[in-house]
Design a protein around this ligand. Structure first.
Ligand SMILES: NC(=O)c1ccc[n+]([C@@H]2O[C@H](COP(=O)([O-])OP(=O)(O)OC[C@H]3O[C@@H](n4cnc5c(N)ncnc54)[C@H](OP(=O)(O)O)[C@@H]3O)[C@@H](O)[C@H]2O)c1
Length: 211
């Protein structure tokens, strides 16, 4: 699958490697794409670097993995390009880092993912990959036994299934929690956040059906 990743930081570059290794074509973006050359050389021939717009256009699925406070700018630049696409939102609201954006996102009735999704009309929004520290993703992908769980929330069932399949390809266990508003159950300061819980543990905590 062609995947665009907007944001080449800790999460973007880590998940890019996992997807390239799984056989996907990945275009990873920075506002300074020339600075990503060493990264794409490390990732191999299925990876390329581009601007955020190029990654958004390239991807059948697009991961947005920028600080939450950057979302309004990203929406201004990319909302049109992302109409109809599956968008994976890794964002978390941290007041210290994101200021007023974090306060607005935290008070949104559908949580921070709902706050972000509202800026991207017709994007098929899925909250994904927000709970696990990037070093855990790097270290625990494809581990034997119970895999680390990645909770997912979204209102478009087919988009959530696509996200689940990409979570599996990255080496983790997708746990479909429910509609977008249930993303509030795995934001910072919730029980599963940043614990590295397995899929089995998350399913039992959320009461999700085995998927
Ligand atoms: N770090 C983790 O372990 C972790 C785990 C789960 C979830 N998260 C969440 O995932 C999100 C990303 O976290 P991260 O730690 O990967 O961030 P990061 O390392 O700080 O990287 C963020 C990336 O966003 C890009 N960016 C910033 N402003 C932008 C804008 N206006 N337009 C386009 N790109 C912009 C930057 O790219 P350029 O400056 O190169 O353009 C940078 O590469 C955050 O909401 C974070 O809370 C992080």
């Amino acid at each position: 699958m062609r995947i665009g990743i907007v944001g080449a930081g800790m999460i973007g570059s880590t998940v890019a490697k996992l997807w390239v290794d799984a056989g996907h074509e990945v275009r990873i973006a920075s506002r300074h794409p020339e600075e990503l050359q060493p990264l794409v050389e490390r990732l191999g021939t299925r990876a390329s670097a581009g601007t955020p717009r190029e990654a958004a256009t390239f991807g059948e699925v697009v991961m947005l993995t920028v600080p939450l406070a950057a979302m309004p700018d990203v929406a201004r630049d990319l909302a049109a390009a992302l109409r109809g696409k599956v968008v994976l939102d890794t964002g978390n609201a941290y007041e210290k880092r994101d200021g007023q954006a974090a306060r607005d996102a935290a008070s949104h009735p559908q949580g921070s993912a709902g706050w972000a999704a509202a800026m991207f009309p017709a994007a098929r929004w899925v909250k994904a990959f927000n709970t696990v520290y990037f070093k855990v993703l790097e270290r625990e992908a494809h581990r034997d036994g119970d895999r680390v769980g990645i909770p997912l929330a979204g209102d478009d069932r087919e988009a959530v299934e696509t996200a689940a399949s990409l979570v599996r390809d990255a080496g983790f266990d997708p746990v479909i929690v429910g509609g977008l508003e249930r993303g509030k159950e795995f934001e910072p300061d919730t029980r599963p956040y940043n614990t590295g819980m397995s899929g089995r543990e998350l399913r039992s905590m959320f009461g999700s059906p085995v998927h």
